[in-house]
Design a protein around this ligand. Structure first.
Ligand code: SF4
Length: 508
């Protein structure tokens, strides 16, 4: 008889339940499916309400689609759920696709009756990544090298056998435009946004009840569900992006507009990370739009770089660096995350950029990659907050945040807590960068070019204070030695440091 097959809450697309144990590493033919909705997961951590809603809604929608083929167990813990489903220690064997976190992998490995099948939902297998990483001279795992290899192996955007379409691998230069002058929005066609149904009503009702009973508590607003919860919705969101928004994606992908949070971003990391979409269909669909002339190459390359490059690279680094990587703290940042940040209290913050981004996170659980990196992450880095707490906060606060996503992105890329294993320099800047790439500064109480005094921009002052604090480490970094040398030209540095010391972790 077929072994039952367990589906985790981020394994919701058809590619996680396709039969075919022999050829493709899938579950047994006609395997009965098991899903477990664990309450303890929500009790242990304070998630954004919109995230808890989305994940439960997506799981329950999937269960409704699968009908009799699935046993949907509502349990306190995962272990209890397995026992209820008759799976577990000393019981009958079941299969599960490789889960997406070290904790979940440890859990399934502790249950010897769970047979782990290969991971799904990524372009590159763990074996292929290991082979690539082993072959790197000096052990440097550069995203750009990895990305080109993925392009070649998967024949993405190639001319002929192995040449990049258009003659260049990288269109970053074309994709770093500031926002259009004097425009409050990019004017892109609207993204696909969800409409709730009765399953959402039921989820909302349950979350309200658990919260009222004091069993769970959330951060963020209980807004309408915005992101796809089913395969059908995810496909509609993908089509909407590819047909209407991809063409305008590239040029302004790094820009921020206060009143246009979506701009031309795909927002598809959300259904991708729930397993509702497979990256293959995203990148192939994007390439098709280039080949048929409906989207320009820089936009298409920029998008494929995000999915086939960054997303894959982050997934594999998560496993490659191992579970201890999350504890990296090379800059010795020990300050606790302040309550106003933790609680998304945008109203307590004067700095317009930070206040606006926090407000968007509070209402939707999503902002695009630049506000995450250059506003939220940069502020955390400048303030010396504990990188583990910062990672946990990003994981809990974002609808697309999972352990595998946030550990490398926050510990490595955003907080430089690994001392440069992932990136060549810390990602942080003064107000000048935010001023160039957004429309925030004009309406702010601070001035991006002022570093000391009442109008001092907290990002500008914070940037110099950060460089000063880590001067010794950073002056040996060839990409940082010039900015560090700039410290010597600041006559008001002692005053600036005193001011930043006084500001501490109070809302800027
Ligand atoms: Fe942000 Fe500084 Fe600009 Fe104000 S002046 S919006 S704090 S970067």
């Amino acid at each position: 008889t077929a072994r039952p097959h367990l589906l985790f809450g981020d394994q919701l697309g058809p590619h996680f339940s396709q039969d075919g144990a022999d050829e493709s590493g899938g579950p047994d033919r006609d395997a009965p499916l098991v899903m477990i909705e664990s309450r303890a997961v929500l009790r242990r951590r304070r998630f954004h309400r919109a995230k808890a809603h989305l994940v439960l809604s997506a799981m329950r929608h999937r269960a409704a689609e699968l009908g009799d083929r699935v046993r949907y167990v509502r349990a306190d813990t995962y272990g209890e759920g397995l026992r209820t489903a008759g799976i577990g220690r000393g019981r009958r064997h079941a299969t599960v696709h490789h889960p997406t976190s070290h904790a979940a992998l440890g859990f399934v490995r502790r249950h010897s009756s769970l047979d782990v099948l290969p991971a799904r939902g990524f372009l590159v297998s763990q074996e292929d990544f290991a082979r690539w990483a082993d072959g790197r001279r000096g052990g440097t795992l550069r995203m750009e090298d990895f990305y080109r290899e993925v392009r070649r192996d998967h024949e993405l955007l190639l001319d002929g056998h192995d040449q990049p379409a258009g003659g260049r691998w990288n269109y970053d230069h074309d994709n770093r435009e500031p926002p259009p002058r004097d425009a409050r929005t990019l004017g892109a066609p609207a993204p696909w946004l969800a409409e709730e149904d009765e399953i959402d009503d039921e989820v909302r009702h349950d979350l309200d009840r658990w919260e009222r009973d004091g069993e769970v508590s959330f951060i963020g607003d209980d807004g309408p569900r915005l992101f796809p919860a089913t395969r059908k919705e995810a496909r509609a969101a993908l089509r909407r992006f590819l047909d209407h928004r991809l063409a305008g994606f590239g040029a302004h992908e790094d820009a921020i507009l206060a009143e246009d949070p979506w701009m031309s971003h795909s927002m598809l990391s959300v259904p991708l990370n729930l397993g509702l979409l497979d990256p293959v269909e995203c990148v192939e669909g994007a390439e098709k739009r280039y080949r048929n002339g409906s989207a320009p190459l820089p936009s298409v390359e920029g998008y494929i770089r995000q999915v086939a490059g960054w997303r894959e690279y982050v997934w594999h680094l998560y496993w490659h660096f191992g579970d201890d990587y999350r504890r990296s703290n090379k800059l010795n940042h020990r300050r606790a995350l302040p309550g106003w940040f933790e609680e998304l209290d945008a109203d307590a913050v004067t700095a317009r950029c930070l206040s606006s981004v926090l407000a968007q996170v509070r209402s939707t659980g999503w902002v695009h990659h630049i506000p995450r990196l250059m506003v939220l992450g940069s502020r955390a880095l400048q303030s010396g907050w504990n990188p583990r707490e910062v990672t946990d906060w990003f994981h809990r606060s974002f609808v697309d945040g999972y352990d595998w996503v946030m550990v490398p992105n926050v510990v490595g890329m955003s907080q430089y807590a690994d001392g440069g294993r992932m990136t060549t320099k810390p990602y942080t800047s003064g107000g000048a960068y935010i001023n160039r790439m957004s429309d925030y500064c004009g309406g702010c109480a601070y001035r991006p070019d002022v570093r000391v005094g009442e109008n001092a921009c907290p990002f500008t002052a914070g940037y110099w204070a950060f460089l000063d604090r880590h001067r010794e480490r950073l002056e040996g970094n060839h990409r940082m030695s010039r900015p560090v040398a700039g410290l010597d030209r600041l006559k008001d540095l002692p005053e600036l440091l005193e001011q930043e010391h006084r500001r501490g972790s109070s809302p800027p």
